[in-house]
Design a protein around this ligand. Structure first.
Ligand SMILES: Cc1cc2nc3c(=O)[nH]c(=O)nc-3n(C[C@H](O)[C@H](O)[C@H](O)COP(=O)(O)OP(=O)(O)OC[C@H]3O[C@@H](n4cnc5c(N)ncnc54)[C@H](O)[C@@H]3O)c2cc1C
Length: 530
């Protein structure tokens, strides 16, 4: 997957693309795989990098949504559980079965959640990942030795999926390209082309790496811009009313010692009625999340002090060792693209289901939903887009389509296992040049060859692309990632033909960004209410 080849395809083709997709997050990429695999001539344009938005900032769960079951939204859970099964089947190198325990500190918790989880198992049917079970206090403590023992009565174990969100995004881009699609990062859509009768006929886009502009014709344009949906709707109709209510969720990342073993903790009802997870991920523990309404979308949302305090306090409540500021390796925030109900209730009451609309101009907008349902969202979108564009009706092929890198039973102890079937090619790089086998940082598992691989095959253009989304260094240990930046800049510059000034500017930009994932020096001390 090479960016220059993609740009050349745009330059050389002046006809009408069948489908143009704006946005390279889970939703846009799912639509791109769907459209290209049906044989439609497909173009996806992403303003920054693939998964730069919400799609690299999730809790990393492939789930039916136990919480929606609590809300009685059975059809939503049914659909997500089916997609959960397909995601694990189609990208087994990135998605895996994860056991969760709901710890019970009340007498009624075991039976109550035990029954709920049986319903969850039943809805999953033959795509279930394992039967849930009520556990005694001893069994719960055996599985989670660091669970807070005071008042613990037992737990309920159940199974859901877990994955690496931005790695899946990159692999989806590669899959779409292998199916004939064209995908470009750092290409911002700034306006829509329209015919005299007001129908959308394409997009105006700017290559943000060299400011070159393009006018690109399309039979249908799909708006898959997540929390930025309203900005594209405004390009179509400046008078359009906002439909997105962004809701922020944050996570903190701790070392594995806080939750050793393979089992995650799920707290279905925190003080303010939210769901909280502590999930093992890449030899660390991800704890979150929150649900805070924010006024406007942002490309680099930052955790609020009260959100950090909320997550830290709850982590301390359920874990024997209370995390302190110095234990937090990274803090990351993401924005849910929730669709506003007409009467504008609070964010927790808003549907997590996806919304598909066709504007009078023919612009197709897809938003809401979740990572787990990206494939189904893509299928629904392209069904609709094909009608709008008058394309020949073609069947969906993605249900059983293997995602790039597909590899079953990859050896989890191999640090390159997330690359699936690409791992041998990365090994080849360092067999040829042993310098590339050297680690980029003693505290993280990444080696120099991964930077070369990301530049040559995964369209990484900046340090941030490599450290945040090709590897997950920024999310796993922000401080270590800052220390890795100069070497990543040097390796990238060698691959992409940049000079020393570029490297210095990149390191500076990255350092400023990554500092926002740490407790800044000005961050006031947290008081924990255990
Ligand atoms: C805190 C949190 C936790 C979550 N956890 C989970 C979970 O565990 N499991 C799960 O299934 N789901 C989860 N979700 C939901 C899931 O992450 C989102 O539903 C999904 O990532 C949204 O993807 P998207 O493609 O719609 O949006 P985005 O990922 O935000 O992508 C939109 C893209 O559009 C691009 N764009 C915007 N404007 C333009 C333009 N003018 N031109 C070109 N490109 C443009 C942006 O740069 C961006 O990359 C979570 C969400 C949050 C916030």
């Amino acid at each position: 997957m090479k960016r220059q080849d993609m740009i050349d395809e745009i330059r050389e083709y002046s006809g009408f693309w069948d489908v143009i997709i704006i946005g390279g997050g889970a939703t846009g990429l799912g639509a791109a795989v769907e459209a290209s695999s049906r044989g439609y001539k497909t173009l996806l344009l992403e303003k920054y990098d693939f998964a730069k938005g919400t799609s690299s900032r999730s809790t990393k769960l492939v789930h039916g949504g136990v919480r929606y079951l609590q809300q009685g939204n059975v059809s939503l859970v049914l659909e997500a559980l089916r997609e959960r099964g397909l995601m694990i089947q189609n990208a087994p190198h990135l998605c895996r079965n994860q056991s969760f325990i709901v710890p019970n500190y009340d007498w009624w918790g075991g039976p109550f959640y035990g029954v709920g989880m049986k319903v969850y198992d039943m809805l999953a049917g033959k795509l279930g990942l394992g039967p849930s079970k009520i556990l005694s206090r001893e069994e719960t403590m055996k599985r989670i030795p660091t669970i807070e023992p005071g008042g613990l009565r037992g737990g309920v174990i159940y199974y859901d999926g877990q994955f690496d969100d931005s790695r899946l995004a990159i692999n989806l881009a590669q899959t779409a390209q292998e199916q004939g699609g064209t995908l470009v990062n750092y290409m911002s859509v700034d306006g829509l082309l329209k015919s005299n009768d007001g129908m959308v006929t394409g997009v105006k886009a700017t290559d943000t790496l060299n400011n070159e502009t393009h006018e690109i014709n399309g039979r249908v344009v799909v708006n898959a811009t997540g929390v930025f949906t309203d900005s594209v709707l405004k390009m179509d109709d400046p008078a359009s009313l906002p439909m997105i209510k962004p809701s922020q969720g944050i996570h903190i990342v701790l070392d594995k010692e806080f939750l050793p073993g393979d089992t995650a903790i799920m707290v279905p009802h925190t003080d303010d009625g939210r769901v909280l997870f502590a999930v093992p991920w890449h030899d660390k523990v991800v704890v979150g999340t929150t649900d805070t309404a924010v006024d406007a979308p942002d490309y680099e949302p930052r955790a609020l002090e009260e959100e950090i305090e909320f997550v830290m306090t709850h982590a301390a409540r359920y874990l024997t060792k209370d995390p302190e500021k110095k234990d937090v390796r990274s803090i990351f925030a993401g924005l849910r693209p929730l669709v506003k109900p007409p009467d504008d209730k609070g964010t927790a009451a808003i549907s997590r289901d996806h919304t598909l609309i066709v504007s009078e101009s023919g612009l197709v907008t897809i938003t809401g939903g979740k990572w787990t349902t990206y494939r189904k969202m893509g299928q629904d979108t392209i069904n609709q887009a094909a009608i709008v564009a008058g394309l020949e009706n073609r069947d969906c092929k993605t249900e059983n389509m293997r995602i790039h890198g597909w590899l079953k039973n990859a050896d989890q102890s191999d640090p390159l296992h997330l690359y699936g079937s690409d791992a041998p090619s990365i090994r080849k790089l360092y067999k040829k040049d042993p310098e590339l086998e050297k680690p980029l940082h003693p505290e993280l598992p990444y080696i120099k060859a991964e930077v070369i691989w990301a530049a040559r095959n995964e369209m990484a253009m900046t340090i941030e692309d490599v450290l945040s989304r090709r590897t997950r260094a920024l999310l796993l240990n922000a401080k270590a990632s800052i220390e890795m930046a100069p070497e990543v800049a040097r390796l990238l510059a060698g691959e992409l033909g940049h000079d020393e000034a570029w490297q210095l500017e990149q390191v500076d930009t990255y350092t400023k960004l990554a500092e926002g994932y740490t407790f800044g020096l000005s961050q006031p001390h947290l008081t924990l209410n255990k």
